[in-house]
Structures are given as C-alpha cells and as structure tokens.
Design a protein around this ligand. Structure first.
Ligand SMILES: [Zn+2]
Length: 467
C-alpha cells in the first residue's frame, strides 16, 4: 500500500476513538471560556497518544498545544471546542432541546477540534515510523465564538509555525478560498448624574440618553458607509428604574469590514458618534476593546494543496437513514433560507440551485476565491502571522448554516462524524505533502510574504491604543 494511503487508513481504523471524543464534547457542550471538560478530554487523549503537551492557561484558560516530531517544517493544526448558548438540541429533525435554553454545538466545534486532533495524531504515527520529518502541532484554542485566538496570537504561540491549517464544519465540501470580515467589538460606557426623574430631572444628566443617541447616530451612519461593512450593537446596561435618571449605561458595538485598514476609520466614526452623544447630554464617555480579529488572508498554494487532498481522500458514503435524516432536517428551512446560506459562502446562484437538489453535498468545490464572507473568524489573526488555509466539509445537510439548532442536531449525528473524518483525512494528507515536499512550504511562505505586506502584525485587541 502506498504510504500516504496508509496515513488515511490509520484515521479510518481509529475512527471510533475520534467519534467518541466528538460525541462526548457534543453531549457536554461548554460555551466560550468555560471549556474545562472539553479541553481536559482532548488533552487526556493527547497525553495517552504520547504528544508533548504545553499548557497555555497562563495566557488563556483551557488553551494548550500538543506537539510531536522535531525540527522544521513546523505545521500547526487549529482546533476549537466551544459551544453556543441557547442552541441545545437532540439529534432529531424536529426542534427539541436537550436542555431548554441550554448550550449546544450549533457551530460544530465538537467536530472541528476533533478532526484537527485526528489529523495531528495520524501525522504523529508517520513521524514516529520515520516516514516523515518535521513537527506537527495541534492547538487547542478556546473561545472561538468570542474570538479567542488573538489572545494566543498576541502571546506569540503561532509565530514560529511555517504554515497553519484548519477547517470548519459546513453544508458543503469546498476549499474555503474566501476571506472573512475583520471585526472589532467595543464596550462603550456613559456616566451621567443621577436624579429623581420627576422631582428634579433638570439636575440629572442621563447616561441612557447618551447611549440612545449613539444608537441613533449609528443608524444615520449606515447610509454613508461602505455596503460591505457592518455595524451591530446592543444595549447591555440601561439603568435600574425609570424614575431615576440613569447614571451608568453601556452598549456593545461591533464593527466589521472586509479589511482591517478600512475597519479602523469606520470604528473611529462610531467612537466620534459616542463622543458627540456625550457632549449633547453632558455625560462622560469611555470605551474599551472587548474582542477583535483580522480578516482571513487566503493562501492559494495551501488552498490548491488542500483541494488536491480533497480529491485524493474518498468522500463519505451515506446510508438511506442518513439521507432521510438530512432531508427531514433540511425541510425545516425554506428554499430561500437555504439558498442564502450557500450564496453567503461565495457560490453563484446557478450552482446554489444545483446543490439544493441534493440532501448532502457529495462533490468537491473550490468556491469563494476573491470573495469576502460577511462573518468573521479568529483564524484571521493566525493567517496574518503565518501562511494559513482552510477547508469546509459537509457535516450538515445542504443549505443548513452554522449557529442554528439544525446544525447542533447534525453535529451530533453520524452525518457530522463522517464529515469530520473526511476533514481529518484531507488535513493529514495535506500535511504529509508539506513534510514530504518542503518546497511547498517555501512557496506558501513566498506567497504569504507578498500578500501580508511589510506591516508587522499588531493584535486586533491593541489597535485602538492611541485612538
Ligand atoms: Zn465556528
């Protein structure tokens, strides 16, 4: 048997270990920054497998690196394991939470971390047998849903990588050739003067007026910003009682734009609106960065490599029950909802309609080149430090998007597990090629040097200093 084929069949032979991990994570979903058991479960598997573990709790709670091999090149696999609040759901095509209002794996991160771990484990075996030379690292990255990776990126834990690979559960099999929006979220706080709202309102200065005017200002801003940009906001604290002029309020304001350099001037305009609101109301304003991430910088050398490996690894086969489950789950959404999920990944309308005629995607695409999806991922920060590329595999029925109860159902089902194992094989295959042909690493790094430019990376968390 071809040695690389042996690598992929190792994953197949050990599939039950990885399915057990993914199912255990799915059954005990933990939201961002609470992933104690999810992290421990993955770490204990890595320890059993003989990986060298580096705990990163002092940088970010529950983060760790599992490493095998030695020397160059160093290839990183990014893993995540956090769930989302409110998306608890059984493996059922009807909305039926396990715990009403509880968390669930509606972004499939139980599969995400586990496939990357499976790929790292397969490469470890090959390194130990002397078939490959180099280092493989699995990064246990907490809190993707709250953009956790920039904290690790700022601490330099990715900086000595030669390349990084990752993937994300989705409804299609494709190289994720698209970029994503850069994003920064601020907490804006106002401090006013409390007063009896009926007796002496003229003595009060309302922090809620300031917050409301900031929201209104943002609504007027919308007409005069690039249509590709996004501003979202919520009011997080609005006062205690209507009969007291509110003295303390706060809101979370998130600004997104295809590139960080365009995001910063827009964010400055939002801050100016808040400053104007404070002037109008006689209140004090302050702001801090809550979270932020860069756009994803694609790398075509690595994307092409992943595509070749998507072709080499066999796509999953599905049973009649799995197809039935996929059809029932997909029938909970309208055709328009499903079409828009596909269009959002950079597919054209004709291709989207073709795909919608199948319950599970059973081909391989190379979509999204030159496209920026409106959502954001903290993989963006890694992609500005080292050449990075990602794939999507079909872990949900066609047309189902992440952050839905349908995605939770699918991520706990055998559909999800099959998409996960396919992703693991593609990632392992791509790393095999990188370690066997270091010239690919060099080419990816050459492209990165061209596209990343000369500007040194500054964490999105630090960009507001000096504003
Ligand atoms: Zn996700």
């Amino acid at each position: 048997m071809d040695q690389k084929e042996g690598l992929l069949s190792w994953i197949e032979e050990n599939r039950s270990y990885f399915i057990d991990i993914a199912e255990a994570l799915w059954k005990e979903p933990e939201i961002s920054y609470q992933e104690e058991n999810s992290s421990r479960l993955q770490k204990s598997y890595c320890k059993r497998m003989g990986f060298r573990i580096q705990e990163l709790d002092s940088i970010q709670r529950y983060a760790f690196i599992a490493e095998a091999g030695s020397g160059k090149p160093i290839v990183g696999l990014l893993g995540e394991f956090d769930a989302l609040p409110g998306l608890s759901q059984k493996v059922s095509p009807k909305q039926d939470p396990i715990v009403a209002g509880g968390p669930g794996h509606g972004c499939g991160h139980n599969l995400l971390g586990t496939a990357s771990l499976a790929a790292a484990s397969a490469i470890k075996q090959a390194l130990e047998k002397g078939r490959l030379k180099g280092t493989v690292r699995y990064y246990g990255c907490p809190a993707e849903e709250q953009l956790g990776k920039p904290i690790l990126a700022r601490a330099g834990v990715f900086s000595d990588l030669d390349v990084a690979l990752s993937w994300h559960p989705a409804d299609i099999n494709t190289v994720a050739a698209y970029s994503t929006n850069a994003s920064i979220e601020l907490s804006i706080r106002f401090t006013g003067v409390p007063a009896h709202a009926a007796q002496v309102p003229h003595l009060g200065r309302s922090a809620l007026d300031a917050l409301t005017l900031t929201g209104i200002g943002v609504e007027f801003l919308r007409e005069h910003m690039a249509p590709t940009a996004r501003v979202h906001y919520i009011y997080t604290s609005c006062g205690e009682r209507p009969n007291i002029v509110p003295a303390q309020t706060s809101g979370a304001f998130q600004v997104r734009s295809p590139r960080m350099k365009d995001l910063l001037p827009l964010l400055k305009r939002v801050i100016d609106i808040a400053k104007g609101a404070s002037l109008m109301t006689g209140t004090e304003v302050s702001y801090i960065t809550l979270q932020g991430c860069y756009d994803v910088l694609p790398n075509s050398i690595l994307s092409d490599l992943l595509y070749r490996n998507m072709e080499e690894a066999s796509l999953p086969e599905y049973t009649a029950e799995e197809i039935e489950f996929a059809l029932s789950l997909a029938s909970t959404l309208t055709e328009d909802q499903k079409r828009n999920t596909l269009l959002g990944l950079g597919l054209d309308a004709k291709t989207a309609d073709q795909l919608l005629s199948q319950p599970i995607h059973r081909e391989i695409g190379y979509w999204g080149k030159g496209w920026t999806i409106p959502a954001s991922t903290d993989v963006g920060d890694v992609s500005h430090l080292v050449p990075t590329a990602q794939i999507n595999t079909a872990t949900y029925p066609v047309g189902i998007g992440s952050h839905t109860w349908q995605a939770t159902a699918s991520s706990g089902s055998s559909l999800g597990m099959k998409g996960m194992l396919y992703a693991a094989k593609v990632l392992a295959g791509a790393i095999w090629d990188l370690l066997e042909q270091p010239v690919l690493v060099e080419k990816a790094r050459e492209e990165f040097r061209r596209t990343a430019g000369e500007e040194p990376y500054v964490s999105a968390l630090d960009l507001l200093k000096g504003f």
